[in-house]
Design a protein around this ligand. Structure first.
Ligand code: THU
Length: 130
């Protein structure tokens, strides 16, 4: 874990800009994400989208990832995750989903009030693969 680079902070700022689009009326915990593809294309944004049937809820990171894959991207450099909270690392399900396409991705998120950049291996060592 280290301090983010200026480019990583820019990606984090893009995630921050999208927080108003999060749909979180049940948890009242809006989350937004910005995912940078390796091919240098525009970052893809995602937000959490909740549902009255709680289990149907989709996290911000997977919203971004699935949209990006739908657009044809398969490899990703960095993901930034934002919430108005002291800490918001990606949940375990999102880590596993990211592992499928981006086992070397850098994850930028707020941790104990600071924005940090972590190597994916630090967040999900010994991940399941087929
Ligand atoms: N959430 C995310 O969007 N990403 C995460 O990595 C953790 C949790 C959302 C899901 C739910 O809408 C809300 O945060 C509270 O759990």
């Amino acid at each position: 874990m280290r301090a983010p680079t200026p480019a990583e902070l820019e990606l984090y700022a893009l995630a921050q800009d999208a927080i108003g689009n999060a749909y979180a009326p049940y948890s009242r915990f809006p989350v937004s994400a910005a995912l940078q593809p390796v091919d240098g294309g525009e970052p893809i944004i995602g937000v959490n989208v909740e549902n009255a049937s709680f289990g149907v809820t989709m996290c911000a990171e997977r919203s971004a990832l699935f949209a990006a894959v739908t657009m044809g991207h398969r490899r990703f450099e960095t993901v930034a995750v934002h919430a108005n909270a002291t800490s918001c690392p990606p949940c375990g399900a999102c880590r596993q989903a990211l592992a499928e396409f981006a086992p070397d991705i850098t994850v930028v998120y707020r941790r104990g009030g600071d924005v940090v950049a972590a190597a994916f291996d630090e967040l999900l060592p010994e991940r399941f693969e087929l």
